[in-house]
Design a protein around this ligand. Sequence first.
Ligand SMILES: CSC[C@H]1O[C@H](OP(=O)(O)O)[C@H](O)[C@@H]1O
Length: 371
Amino acid sequence: MGINRPSEVDADRSFHHGFIQELGVLKALKYKDNTLRVLDQRRLPNRVEWICCTDATCVAKVIREMAVRGAPAIGVAAAYGYLLAARSLAARGEGLTVDALQAGYRELAAARPTAVNLVWALDRMVACLRDAEPLPDAQRLDRLSDEAQSIEARDVEANLAMSQRGAALIERDRECGWVLTHCNTGALATAGQGTALGVIRDAWSAGRIEGVYVDETRPWLQGSRLTAWELQEESIDYRLICDGAAASVLATGRVGWVIVGADRIAANGDTANKIGTYSLAVLARHHGVKFMVVAPRSTIDRDCRDGSAIEIEQRPAVEVSEVGGQLLAPRGASVYNPAFDVTPAGLIDALVTEAGVVRHPDRDSIARLFD
Ligand SMILES: CSC[C@H]1O[C@H](OP(=O)(O)O)[C@H](O)[C@@H]1O
């Protein structure tokens, strides 16, 4: 299968607390020596375990099972998964063509349906291979490797640009100097410092915010397990709250912005993000709190007319009925567990991308991001 758990933490000298760091930023995944090393986020924050994938089937599995998660991060993982599939094909001496890699493409694309970054990255790899088909296999592999690294590097750069653009929107205000975020949109969800959490990092460094309310983000707990951990690692002041507490926190008037990521943004600005985001947008509007979505352009699906066309991933019942393997609900409980919801564009005050900020996004203003 290609999955193995190294008994020893990798000897990579850049490890910090058992994590890979580059440019002072945690890395959720690392491609090296024809192996994609994935930090198993199901185990965080208490256990550091790496999964080493040497084939596309393994990469599809770690995406599907959310060992790696976060729209940009799963796009980068899928790109390396496609590269691993190409290497396997070439090693078997089979012609390295787009058609021959269709099975690997389909396996990776089917891993999770909502985050458009997954298919966006795979389609870039396919286009790269199609362009390289006149070349010998060795050079095709080199081109694919370069493309996967370019997809990763592009996300790192996009994170930096979004973080600066988004932080600049936040004015110092001691009255409502706190922000609230949902799920995890940091280094664990991207190839860089994060989207929404990247904005929060920059705003904190610039003294523009007093602190961060972090929704625990049931049922998968990306907030309590991942975002709180990232913020604590960097001594950024935060308060971890139950999702149900967000309403009364926004009612205090202490919060100036709700800042979230995205998994798929429709052409009209309707935005799919972690379940619970839509209710935050309604609450923010009701309490006069500004609502910011932070996402790279690779998260915008221009072929998706509006939010009604976005497929919402339905995840296993056990994610709701159990916590840490402990059954909380009656055995056999009937569960409805959509992983995402859709926030109408009309509730979004600012969409922050690496190409620019769109206030009150709509079809025309989003299209201009691609001019
Ligand atoms: C910058 S991550 C974007 C997005 O991905 C997360 O979903 P998941 O943890 O299920 O992969 C969440 O919706 C984040 O906002």
